[in-house]
Design a protein around this ligand. Structure first.
Ligand code: BEZ
Length: 360
């Protein structure tokens, strides 16, 4: 009889705390870059995420959203400490981050070990939705392979035969080039030289001299943020743009066009978003974003917005109770996400299955 009473009391406590948890605010830990070459990307992701939450009246799945932030500095060496701060010190319910693939892999490892929900709103590291995939990890962006592979097909169709690649030496650059090379060489092209420099260096001069000396038919590149601005400007200033066409994954020009000015004119890039889709969904998103932030949105803003949409879909299915992990994941897996980029779903490993656009 006594045992029964204890069991009843324990069940009552568990039910009460679950109910309290559902009524309580949901703590979202934003781990994004606020400094360094990817700072603007982090801001756009945060803006996009918060825009969707605001459109839902500040609540997702019936729970008011509260934010805690950490500047990850795009530094993989600090990533594990930073993510542990959010989980252990701040007790976040959900993690959102980040931009840099190396930092995201450290986040994914901790998320996997602790079972914390993680939404990756940019970093394309193939492993996050490959060998490291987990029921509690979701990506609202892309895998590094996707835009690279698409551009391999495009450049082969343009008739280019010998291509030089240039990128930062880390997971995103390596995987983007790998995706490009896979499609380009399958179609009969040859990557004659793979150039790289450490992230986030922007001393491109020696490598540009090497490109000029190699005289390839074209160049494929992955750079993003501040580094992409400088690369496009340096490429034009070195006199290469006229003779050796430059192509890239769309991060080369997304969110950076204004700073690149005429030096970016005519560049062809591949990406899962473009600013001229002219669909009712994208137009209303762009208008709302511009009104709220007095800024034009870019791919990073869309990915942040969609991360919040995915979180909302999961939370609605479990009525705000994040402990129901299997039901949460099932709902996101079954969903068609109504993205400004065009509707998309996620694969079994929780990576977007989506169209890639060719943009000029
Ligand atoms: C990455 O590290 O995965 C990444 C960074 C910026 C733009 C795209 C990808």
């Amino acid at each position: 009889m006594k045992l029964k009473n204890i069991a009843f009391a324990a069940a009552l406590v568990a039910a009460t705390s679950a109910a309290q948890a559902q009524g309580a605010k949901l703590k979202v830990g934003l781990m994004l870059p606020a400094t360094g070459t990817f700072a603007a990307l982090g801001t756009a992701i945060e803006n996009g995420f918060k825009l969707y939450v605001a459109e839902q009246g500040g609540k997702l799945g019936g729970r008011e959203i509260e934010f805690v932030k950490v500047d990850d500095e795009s530094d993989p060496a600090k990533a594990t400490d930073n993510v542990n701060k959010l989980i252990k010190r701040d007790n976040v319910d959900v993690l959102v981050g980040t931009v840099h693939s190396g930092v995201a892999m450290a986040m994914a490892k901790v998320a996997k070990d602790t079972g914390t929900l993680l939404f990756v709103p940019n970093a394309g590291a193939d492993a996050v939705t490959g060998p490291m995939c987990a029921p509690n990890i979701f990506r609202s962006s892309f895998s590094n392979w996707q835009p690279g592979y698409a551009m391999g097909e495009v450049m082969a169709k343009k008739g280019h035969k010998n291509v030089v690649t240039i990128t930062w030496k880390y997971a995103a650059g390596d995987e983007s080039v790998k995706g490009f090379k896979e499609a380009f060489e399958k179609a009969g092209g040859k990557v004659v030289k793979e150039l790289s420099l450490p992230f986030p260096n922007v001393e491109f001069q020696a490598l540009l001299t090497e490109i000029a000396a190699t005289k390839p038919d074209a160049v494929y590149t992955f750079f993003a943020g501040g580094g992409a601005v400088k690369f496009v400007k340096d490429y034009a200033a070195a006199g290469l743009k006229k003779n050796i066409p430059l192509y890239g994954a769309g991060f080369l020009t997304d969110g950076t066009l204004e700073a690149q000015g005429a030096d970016a004119d005519g560049l062809l890039t591949t990406l899962h978003y473009a600013d001229s889709l002219n669909t009712p969904r994208d137009n209303s998103f762009r208008l709302a974003y511009a009104k709220t932030y007095k800024l034009q949105p870019d791919v990073y803003a869309v990915q942040g917005y969609d991360a919040a949409q995915m979180l909302g879909i999961g939370l609605t299915a479990v009525k705000g109770d994040v402990s129901k992990k299997a039901e949460f994941a099932d709902a996101v897996r079954k969903a068609k996400i109504d993205s400004p980029r065009g509707a998309f779903s996620v694969s079994k490993a929780h990576n977007p299955v989506q169209d890639i656009y060719l943009r000029r």
